[in-house]
Design a protein around this ligand. Structure first.
Ligand SMILES: Nc1nc2c(c(=O)[nH]1)N[C@H]1C(S)=C(S)[C@@H](COP(=O)(O)O)O[C@H]1N2
Ligand SMILES: [Mo]
Length: 406
């Protein structure tokens, strides 16, 4: 009789993390057997998410927040959206996790263990805004394929790690280095090991910024599995697809990185505006870099009721890619007139900023509160949907909430 093989320790460890409880007889779990809890998983339990979060897709897992869930100044894990292109790594062995720097423009190929990264380089902590390039896609017409994000694919957590710049300087780069590309441990949906779900990157000036981290902590704890445990590239202010989760290799390139989802219509938009539905030539598409100015009213929840004569106190966040938000306004008359309201300075560059307003309503009835941010260059959010593009990226239209005064 053939001896029964038991599940590997590393796989068991990942299963335990995903299930959120120790598998008591895990040591005798047959290899290849999927525990029931993983066959029909409860994503809220599995990822430690709030029940108010919205699951957009389960293959792969894509989960978004709602505006009122994003009220915290620093987004806790339970309200953080999940955007996966593939299958979350199933057999993470942190003890063996390494980061390799290679590529035609690296002076050498060098591999670091997690412990080496943590001890060799100074550690830094920043609040960093991560917004999916496709946030707001659901509003595009004609509709764009992909996850139908409404407004909840944005977060601003605290990330701790070492500077990618420090690592790259330790390895040494050749003069022709222009870009980096990340490679990660997640698995392509086809399970074809030769395919990567995503392998994006950033040009050198972005990579060399103080805030571009190889992070191992989120909000002071190990990064949750779904958000890139144990190691993640974090490049705030750019489409969050640049921030590779589960990263194990970074290639220094002498060309614009040509990995999966760097070309075609993926994370690229027409360099110049086009009519809705128009076909755009490949050479007329540009890679999305810094994200546009945007804001969110996180309190109150849309649909709130207010007693006549009372003031409505609203609050929310505003962010603008690489820039600071310099002005915040609101309107209660569908954008006919705007009033300026206070906005705080960011905790650090690339962190979202917080605004408040105290609003008077002239009489009983239905209102909408619209919020509009303006960036340091004087560019404001559009009131309606901005430029159409094939994949429905960069919808930064004003957020609005409904209010009834009774
Ligand atoms: N390895 C890997 N990194 C990834 C992704 C992925 O699918 N695999 N998705 C990217 C995209 S498109 C986004 S929007 C962010 C989402 O980060 P979050 O799930 O931590 O919110 O991760 C990025 N990093
Ligand atoms: Mo994304």
């Amino acid at each position: 009789m053939k001896r029964r093989n038991f599940v590997k320790k590393a796989v068991l460890g990942t299963m335990t993390t995903v299930i959120g409880a120790k598998i008591v007889f895990g040591n005798v779990l047959p290899e290849g057997y999927q525990p029931l809890a993983l066959q029909d998983p409860d994503p809220f339990k599995m990822f430690d998410k709030d029940k108010g979060m919205v699951v957009l897709n389960d293959k792969p897992w894509n989960i978004e927040a709602k505006a009122h869930l994003l009220d915290d100044k620093i987004t806790p894990n339970k309200f953080m959206f999940i955007r996966n292109n593939g299958i979350i790594p199933e057999d993470i062995d942190v003890g063996k996790w390494t980061l390799t720097i290679d590529g035609e423009s690296a002076k050498q190929t060098k591999t670091y263990t997690l412990a080496e990264l943590k001890s060799k380089f100074p550690q830094h902590t920043y609040q960093l805004t991560l917004e999916c390039g496709g946030n707001g896609r659901s509003e595009f017409d004609p509709p764009a394929k992909g996850n139908q994000w409404t407004i909840g694919a944005v977060s601003c957590a605290t990330w701790t790690g070492v500077r990618l710049r420090d690592i790259l300087e330790d390895v040494g780069m050749k003069n022709d280095a222009v870009y980096i590309g990340y490679h990660a441990a997640d698995v392509h949906l086809s399970r074809d090991p030769k395919k990567e779900p995503i392998s994006r990157g950033a040009p050198l000036p972005k990579v060399m910024q103080d805030e571009t981290l190889i992070a191992f902590k989120m909000n002071g704890k190990d990064i949750p599995l779904a958000h890139g445990y144990p190691l993640r590239l974090v490049a705030g202010g750019w489409p969050a697809s640049v921030s590779g989760k589960w990263v194990n290799r970074i290639s220094v390139r002498n060309i614009v990185h040509d990995g999966t989802k760097m070309t075609g219509t993926a994370y690229r938009v027409p360099c110049n505006p086009v009519a809705a539905g128009e076909k755009v030539k490949d050479e007329d598409m540009c890679i999305i870099e810094s994200m546009p100015v945007k804001s969110l009213i996180t309190y109150p929840k849309t649909g709130a009721t207010l007693q006549k004569g009372k003031k409505l106190n609203i609050r929310g966040h505003a962010w603008s890619g690489e820039l600071e938000v310099s002005k915040m306004e609101y309107s209660i008359d569908f954008g006919s007139t705007w009033k300026e309201c206070p906005i705080e300075k960011p905790a650090n560059r690339l962190a979202w900023q917080h605004f408040t307003a105290s609003i008077d309503f002239p009489k009983k009835g239905y209102y909408e509160v619209w919020a509009r941010a303006t960036d340091a260059r004087g560019i404001s959010q559009p009131m309606l949907l901005p430029g159409w593009n094939p994949k429905g990226y960069l919808n930064n239209a004003c957020h609005r909430i409904a209010i009834k005064v009774v």
